[in-house]
Design a protein. Structure first.
Length: 203
């Protein structure tokens, strides 16, 4: 049984995430993979910098899946939003989402995605990518209308740039896919650096 587990997904790419956005981005890039949720709890340490937090979670997620399937390549990722001194993750509830959108309205903020590529217990690649997003000023009514779409609740910063949240945004500087949850250009370059070709990605 243990031997079968050790060789399962031989040379395949596993995405250590249940995120539909990351799944969509990899699929659109022509990558064949299997998605396996890591089960890692997202908890920021006191005083932990945003980029360091995103990178640590990316490594933890990849490591948790790589430990179960050491014959596979495993990609982990995590996204956070930073505005001023606040680090925003997914909102807990409607009031929390309303507060987040109000905080972002009329201001620029950073979106940081950390990603890690692992195999067995070896970290092969780890990188944090930052994009700058500027929200237009929003009225209380506009904020409430967006909150009522139910779109914010599983997104870092409580908005989806690829959905109705696009109407809140004045401009995006840097990688758009990074804001969606995975900087696909940088990820594809990392896969290529480690020789993970399309045949190896097939499950």
């Amino acid at each position: 049984m243990l031997a079968r587990m050790a060789t399962k997904y031989q040379d395949a790419l596993l995405l250590a995430s249940a995120s539909p956005r990351r799944h969509q981005l990899l699929t659109q890039a022509g990558v064949r993979f299997e998605a396996i949720e890591s089960g890692v709890q997202e908890q920021r340490m006191a005083g932990e910098a945003a980029a360091a937090y995103a990178l640590r979670l990316a490594q933890d997620k990849a490591g948790a899946v790589a430990a179960r399937y050491p014959a596979a390549w495993v990609l982990g990722a995590d996204t956070v939003v930073v505005v001023g001194t606040e680090v925003l993750e997914k909102p807990r509830d409607r009031a929390h989402a309303r507060w987040m959108i109000g905080l972002l309205a009329g201001h620029a903020h950073q979106v940081i995605t950390g990603f890690a590529l692992m195999r067995a217990e070896r970290l092969l690649e780890c990188q944090a990518v930052t994009s700058l997003v500027t929200f237009r000023p929003l009225s209380a009514g506009e904020i409430e209308a967006y909150i009522l779409t139910e779109e914010p609740y599983d997104k870092a910063g409580a908005y989806a740039v690829q959905g109705q949240g696009r109407s809140l945004i004045e401009k995006v500087e840097g990688s758009l896919t990074n804001v969606m949850g995975l900087p696909i250009e940088e990820v594809m370059a990392a896969l290529a650096r480690h020789g993970i070709d399309r045949a190896k990605r097939a499950v």
